[in-house]
Design a protein around this ligand. Sequence first.
Ligand SMILES: [Zn+2]
Length: 236
Amino acid sequence: MQRILKHDHKIMKTLQLILLLLIFPLLPITVSPAYGTILVMIDPAHDGLDKGVRFSDQLHEKDITLAIAHMVQKELASAPNVRVQLTRDPDKPVSIGERTRIVRNAAPDIFVSLHVNAGFEKKASGFEIYFPGFKRQNKSEKEDLSIIVKDMERNKYLNDSVRFAYSLQKNLEQVFPRRGRGLREASVPILEEITKPAVVIELGFVTNSEDKKQLADKNIQLSIAKAISKSIRDLF
Ligand SMILES: [Zn+2]
């Protein structure tokens, strides 16, 4: 009898383990920063499938944004209480929906999305910084309370987003003198999920020969990463 019970217990344990292994992949990924840790999320836009703008057959926007994201991660590795997470690593396709889910689950304290611009004219050059726009001025009756609360939270952090954007502009001006195209308020889908300081940086224009050359340069990429890291350090 004792033996059978023991045996049953073993079977139960095995069944539990199998059940856990089956359920675990279905659970949402939730990364919550340790107490006192600032979670910085860098979004190197585009990936192995959607490569973004083309520099050459071997070099695309996705490579530039990932290289700079890794450099920011390295730069901030020594900063106490700061953890840097990327929305993709390294080249695995991650859809916008998936990125939004990653951002929602990680709930970063600061969010930076990196892109490279393309223009119709070769003349257009320089960097642009976007921060979340004021949204939903006219609240419809259908809108539920959670959306209104989220809007209030977002507006609370809007000042921080603007402050962060100004700081980025100042620090990036050191890398690209007089090439700032200003701060722009925009409704960017991925930023809609975030109620903390969040920006999108368009680093320059691939359609401009000078920008293109500079953005492909590892030293310039490092300078950009340092500028971004400095703004992140200054914010906290
Ligand atoms: Zn892009």
